[in-house]
Ligand binder design. Structure first.
Ligand code: PLP
Length: 378
């Protein structure tokens, strides 16, 4: 019986054509026509004015946080329940993360806790954070509106980590019609191999602010001032995306609607198949249109999670636990943490199931059967 992976790239003849064309053109490195068209197509797809391609989602977040003004010793309010790629860029800048717990409704950062913390600081005359970083985990849009509102009131920039949520949108409320990653000051995406669309490795920064976009482009290209003099006005990074990678990305973007539709279809099939099991299925929030990047369920407790992971592994199924919250990571020392332990519960109880867009119904049926079998259901 073949192994069913958790999430692998969906590659077709179209990807081969785009990459071969880039090879034949001789543009393989960091300047080339595919990078520009990838940026333009991406900006149009998500509905942002500017898009700057870069080497990874982590690199995108690093420069995004830097250009909105995050510096040494300043605080950055950030979601606690997320992958380390959200938190590491805060540490690169020497800033202090303040990790805020999730809410059960979306599994994302609790907006009420963010509002309370910012209002508390205002009332106490304490400095506000240099930025608030919203993460849309697992393809699920966060409840961003109340956070945007309080940040606008106090002039705090909002950085969105939309690495896992390309294609996800709000469909009602003040953000109706907007894509995740486009409602803050600046937004970041990832094209790592396990994400919904891949360039092999890569990222994108989007913003409607021309100055911020120019600053991102400058920092990601070694901060070299145009002209002959090899003048670098600040310390920059080599964070460019290669033209070869962008060519792959262009083919993937041409298929993004199909990828989103596939993820949603698999999520609906899983929901249906698990409706009688003692499992919590992913959030379905009216007006918050998730793409179910990794379809994840919650077991009763940590012991059951481990037993389910083991059962799936021995059935040749690539399931995985959810992330350990960032406030529990030794990497960040003893960071500030606000709220309770929703994120911790998601970590202890969560299992992500195979969610590749190229998975067949037969493969998904095998996953479903293994999960049902684990619970002793027919
Ligand atoms: C994947 C991911 C990142 C990092 O993106 P890379 O392209 O792998 O550097 C950041 N944040 C989240 C939430 C992610 O899932």
């Amino acid at each position: 019986m073949s192994y069913i992976p958790l999430s692998v790239p969906n590659l077709s003849e179209l990807e081969a054509q785009h990459v071969n064309r880039a090879l034949e053109s001789g543009f393989v490195s960091s300047v080339g026509p595919d990078v520009s068209s990838f940026e333009e197509t991406f900006a149009r797809y998500v509905g942002a004015k500017y898009a700057v391609a870069c080497a990874s989602g982590t690199a995108a977040l690093h420069v995004a946080l830097q250009v909105v003004g995050v510096t040494r010793e300043r605080d950055v309010i950030c979601a606690d329940f997320t992958f380390a790629g959200s938190g590491n860029p805060i540490a690169y800048l020497g800033a202090q993360p303040v990790f805020v717990d999730s809410e059960w409704r979306t599994w994302n950062m609790d907006p009420q806790l963010v509002v309370e913390e910012i209002e508390r600081r205002a009332a106490a005359g304490e400095p506000q954070p240099a930025a608030v970083e919203i993460v849309h985990v697992l393809g699920q849009p966060a409840d961003a509106a109340p956070i945007l509102e309080v940040c606008a009131r106090y002039g705090i920039p909002v950085v969105e980590d939309a690495a896992e949520s390309l294609g996800a949108r709000w469909s009602s409320g003040v953000l109706a019609g907007r894509h995740t990653g486009t409602v803050g000051t600046i937004g970041c995406f990832s094209f790592n191999g396990n994400k919904i669309a891949t360039t092999g490795g890569g990222g994108m920064v989007v913003t409607d602010d021309a100055e911020l976009a120019a600053a991102v482009r400058h920092l990601t290209t070694q901060a070299k001032v145009p002209g002959v003099g090899y003048l670098h006005d600040v310390v920059g990074y080599n964070y460019r995306l290669t033209n070869l990678a962008a060519a792959l990305g262009n083919a993937q973007l041409a298929r993004i609607d199909d990828f989103v539709a596939a993820k949603r279809r698999f999520a609906a099939r899983y929901d249906q198949a698990f409706s009688d099991l003692p499992l919590v299925v992913p959030p379905r929030v009216e007006g918050f249109d998730s793409t179910y990047w990794l379809y994840s369920v919650l077991t009763a407790d940590e012991m059951e999670r481990d037993r389910l992971l083991e059962a799936l592994d021995s059935a040749g199924i690539g399931a995985r636990a959810l992330w350990r919250p960032l406030h529990m990571q030794p990497a960040y020392g003893e960071p500030a943490h606000i709220g309770g332990h929703v994120g911790r519960a998601l970590f202890e109880r969560g299992v992500s199931l195979p969610s590749s867009t190229g998975m067949t119904d037969e493969e998904q049926d095998r996953v479903i059967a293994a999960v049902r079998d684990f619970f002793g259901a027919a």
